[in-house]
Ligand binder design. Structure first.
Ligand SMILES: [Zn+2]
Length: 247
């Protein structure tokens, strides 16, 4: 594990609550300032944040692909094939009930060189849970992934990207770090592939974390459009662990 002195916290635009976008990986200083300004307790709770990141990655222009898996499995196979075509790696954030329903697909994702993260157990917003329920959601998902893959999961993406300090603490206590994103492809709106590709191409920068869904209609077509174009520009697509240089 390669760690430096900076800390990082991922924030996204919360779809239904607020439109706040923070570029997470290239603006660490600004991000920490934000945390201090808007939530002073963050400055005393840096253990909640991921201690990352040097710029000495082996990837020229690294960007992390992430896919949230909570609904069906109709497109996952095509997504994996498309990623293979461009030697792209990704982190798949899976809900535990999805893992229990499609255990062979979870194993295939790993066998094909990708990474598994947790997307909770039942994919419900964490603020709707009390403390015990939040802990139960985190731990039962972790156990389901361990039972399916034999691996301890390190990354947690909260459903809908909605997170609070209590969940962050529980997440760390469970041995995980919270990962959000800075660019939402908005494929979940089932907009045309060209529009999805434009959402990414217009906003991507080195160290971006891109959000896709595995069950949206046009994700594969959008990937077929944007992966070759961005690869030509020097982007290399990787997992969250690769982005963070965790080996
Ligand atoms: Zn989700």
């Amino acid at each position: 594990m390669s760690l430096s002195t900076h800390s990082i916290y991922f924030m996204r635009s919360i779809r239904s609550m607020q439109k706040l976008i923070i570029l997470p990986l290239v603006s660490l200083f600004c991000l920490l300032q934000w945390a201090k300004i808007f939530n002073p307790s963050f400055s005393q709770n840096n253990d909640l944040l991921f201690p990352a990141i040097s710029q000495n990655t082996s990837y020229a222009l690294p960007a992390a692909l992430t896919f949230d898996c909570s609904w069906n499995d109709a497109c996952t196979s095509s997504i994996l094939d498309t990623l293979d075509l461009y030697s792209a790696k990704a982190t798949f954030f899976i809900s535990a009930y999805w893992a229990r329903r499609y255990p062979e697909r979870v194993k295939e994702i790993l066998e094909r060189g990708h990474e598994i993260g947790s997307h909770s157990d039942l994919h419900r917003p964490f603020p709707s849970f009390d403390l015990d329920q939040k802990a139960q959601q985190l731990l039962s998902a972790k156990k389901s992934i361990r039972d399916t893959t034999g691996q301890e999961v390190l990354w947690f993406r909260p459903p809908y990207g909605i997170i609070d300090q209590e969940t962050l603490r529980l997440c760390r206590a469970a041995g995980m770090y919270c990962v959000l994103w800075d660019i939402d492809s908005q494929d979940w709106k089932n907009v045309p592939p060209k529009k999805i590709a434009e959402n990414i191409i217009g906003s991507i920068h080195p160290y971006s974390i891109l959000l896709f869904q595995n069950g949206a209609l046009n994700t594969v077509s959008a990937l077929e459009e944007l992966l070759p174009l961005l690869s030509q520009k020097g982007y290399q697509f990787c997992t969250i662990s690769q982005l963070m240089q965790i080996h």
